[in-house]
Design a protein around this ligand. Sequence first.
Ligand code: NI
Length: 168
Amino acid sequence: MAKLDIKIYPDPVLRKKARQVGRVGDDERRLAYDMIETMRSSNGVGLAAPQVGVSKRIIVAEDVEGDKGATLTLINPKITQKKGKAKFCEGCLSLPGVSNDVMRPEFITVEALNLDGDELKINTDGILARIIQHEIDHLDGIVFIDKIGFLKRKKIIKQLGAKVCMKF
Ligand code: NI
């Protein structure tokens, strides 16, 4: 496994709609393992392939509230049902140093393929539902600051800009 470079906003890859995976093979498995290592070593709980510069519909997520502490890989994930509304503070590995409350559906059903190419269906809520929705947004070129008010977004972008300026 290898740690990959995380693309930082406003890298254009973060705005692209990622393409469906046709067949799950060794390339996808290798990428998923590298994404898991990258997520863990960055202290993240979720990561989408575009964040490491690969425009494919693959996400990884830590089931932080689950009993077994499983790490999920979802390929071509699709939310097929959603219910309720919840507010939760989100951050993003591609927008370092900033966070904000984001409103999203509370319960979701997601259908995807796993690393063996088998279909799976997950009903979930809480933090995992939050992570999965945040990561699927990345596959559609959406970052969490797109989902908050204009003024707050402007403030956050300014904070990001300040950080970028310090990196000579
Ligand atoms: Ni993110």
